[in-house]
Design a protein around this ligand. Structure first.
Ligand SMILES: O=P(O)(O)OC[C@H]1O[C@](O)(COP(=O)(O)O)[C@@H](O)[C@@H]1O
Ligand SMILES: [Mg+2]
Ligand SMILES: [Mg+2]
Length: 356
């Protein structure tokens, strides 16, 4: 693989081709899917950038399968992605946060050997207030024999992903993706309309600086989750407090922590026993990225990428980011570390000890 630095002028198309060349058996179908996603991302970025000027802010007036009010940009981004992806002959089915069922490839178009799952617009509650939002995607190989993809092709554990990534529409538009050969970031240069390599081979710091959690749910958290948050805040075991940053857009919170080190946590709680975020098109793709960058992603009890999905829109608790903080979550939620003063084993200064 050609080694690039952040100053090399490399388009995403060239980078994708160079990665593909390492697999002589590759057919180019996966590369084609990544090109089309980059194209859709440019079109959505264009809409997001001028959202305040065009009539695309506010609610659509419809709810999605999860009972959430759809924003106009949710629906528009969904349409842009479907239209960019459904005729390339590389996909045999798609699934979206904004569609209750599988999106079939229209008759008349060739079906390929991959399925695409996506969250067309992540952070919908932030659209109207000009706070960064994103798009998240996951690609897997079809495992069934028919021409069209089925639910069985969608419900595969995340470790089976062949590609995944996200786009963040922030101060700049960035696309970060992996095909299992590291996680790489590209920044859109609007003057030439090209995604250029800006963050080759991203590595997340092992120990985090930031904590991203919506603690207005604290009253509904379990004692273990409360203990964990006390550790993250440096109130237990002498650990250095993490600085709290919460945008309310998963992609934006994840991206910050990926580059600067930190942990994003969306625990299960009494009001939502499986948390809020969706396994197939939010947790799985970001888990693939973070593991390629040297981090971890967990439900609190299991590696996200090892969860066997049962439903298209199923939710999962999510702890994702720097290795040290996610492993601490696993240990505390497994009851290996208890709150100080509870008479149980408590962590030593600066690092926690685990009762194995
Ligand atoms: O308002 P809450 O409960 O903190 O939830 C915020 C979370 O919900 C989401 O907005 C859900 O994603 P969508 O906007 O794609 O539905 C995440 O981006 C974000 O992390
Ligand atoms: Mg989302
Ligand atoms: Mg969404």
């Amino acid at each position: 693989m050609v080694r690039h630095t952040a100053t090399s002028v490399v388009t995403i198309e060239r980078f994708i081709i160079e990665q593909e060349r390492q697999f002589p058996e590759a057919t180019g179908e996966l590369s084609g899917i990544l090109y089309d996603i980059a194209l859709a991302a440019k079109m959505i970025a264009n809409k997001v950038r001028s959202a305040g000027l065009a009539d695309i802010l506010g609610a659509q007036g419809t709810d999605n399968v999860q009972g959430e009010a759809q924003q106009k940009l949710d629906v528009l981004s969904n349409e842009i992605i479907v239209k960019a992806m459904d005729h390339g002959g590389r996909l045999c089915a798609m699934a979206s946060e904004e569609e209750p069922d599988i999106i079939p490839i229209p008759e008349g178009f060739r079906c390929g050997k991959y399925v695409l799952l996506f969250d067309p617009l992540d952070g919908s509650s932030n659209i109207d207030v000009n706070v960064p939002v994103g798009t998240i995607f996951s690609v897997m190989r079809k495992i069934t024999n028919g021409r069209h993809g089925t639910l069985e092709d969608m419900l595969q554990p995340g470790r089976r992903q062949v590609a995944a990534g996200y786009v963040i529409y922030g101060s700049s538009t960035m696309l970060v993706y992996t095909t299992g050969q590291g996680a790489h970031g590209f920044t859109l240069d609007p003057s030439i309309g090209e995604f250029l390599l800006s963050h080759p081979d991203i590595k997340i710091p092992n120990t985090g600086k930031f904590l991203s959690v919506n603690d207005s749910y604290e009253q509904h958290w379990s004692d273990e989750v409360k203990t964990l948050m006390r550790h993250y805040r440096g109130l237990e075991g002498g650990s250095k407090p993490l600085s709290v940053r919460y945008v309310g857009s998963l992609v934006a919170d994840f991206h910050r922590n990926l580059l600067a080190g930190g942990v994003f946590a969306y625990p299960a709680h009494a009001k939502s026993p499986k948390g809020k975020l969706r396994l197939l098109y939010e947790a799985n793709p970001l888990a693939f990225i973070v593991e390629q960058a040297g981090g971890c992603a967990s439900t609190g009890h299991c590696r996200i990428l090892d969860v066997q999905p049962e439903e298209l829109h199923e939710r999962t608790p999510l702890y994702i980011g720097s290795k040290h903080e996610v492993e601490l979550a696993n240990d505390i939620l497994a009851g290996n570390v208890v709150a100080a003063g509870s008479g149980g084993v408590s962590p030593g200064a600066g690092a926690y000890s685990v009762a194995r």
